[in-house]
Ligand binder design. Structure first.
Ligand code: AMP
Length: 171
């Protein structure tokens, strides 16, 4: 068992029946576990040499922010519609039921910048793939993806191919 696994809490049937929600708040609350998480992710993504980290609303902001500070790289944020104050690009993608949209400020990425996309958890990969599209639409390069948790059985990596994917805990 991984040293960090005990800090992830399973919540059955949240937010709806049949889903086991991986709750990362115990990990955040434990300073050693949070620091270790950021250190491990940083070791994994350093070779990908990102210029910017992109945090996905909202738990991606927590890890993206910490990595940005540690790696001395800028942070950009993909947000739910209507939250960003300046002009935005947006992408819509399918969820299990219905669809979702994420927005990024139009001037977030300069041409050729390497962007590493960060979220707490990789499930089907739809959210991260949508962010990869936003990066490419702004002529950035997707340096890779980093997640704390990966739900392997949903095969989200496939949707992100051929971009590199890092995760710490796989279920
Ligand atoms: P997906 O687009 O299917 O890869 O879903 C990823 C997004 O949904 C991430 O922002 C996750 O935080 C959230 N998510 C999906 N499934 C779970 C789960 N079982 N536990 C916690 N968060 C989840």
């Amino acid at each position: 068992m991984h040293e960090l696994e005990k800090h992830i809490r399973d919540i059955p049937d949240f937010p709806k029946p049949g889903i086991v929600f991986k709750d990362i708040t115990p990990l955040l609350k434990d300073p050693g576990a949070f620091r270790r998480t950021v250190e491990i992710l940083e070791e994994q993504i350093r070779p990908l040499d990102p210029d910017l980290l992109l945090g996905i609303e909202s738990r991606g902001f927590l890890f993206g922010g910490a990595l940005s500070y540690k790696m001395d790289r800028g942070l950009i944020i993909a947000r739910k519609p209507g939250k960003l104050p300046y002009d935005t690009d947006s992408v819509s993608y399918d969820l299990e039921y219905g669809s979702a949209t994420l927005e990024l400020h139009k001037d977030a990425i300069s041409k050729g910048q390497r962007v590493l996309i960060v979220d707490d958890l990789l499930a089907t990969g739809g959210t991260a793939a949508a962010c990869a599209k936003l990066v490419r639409d702004q002529q950035g390069i997707v340096a890779g993806h980093a997640f704390v948790v990966e739900l392997k059985f949903l095969d989200g990596r496939k949707k992100l191919e051929p971009d590199p994917v890092s995760s710490i805990l796989a279920y």
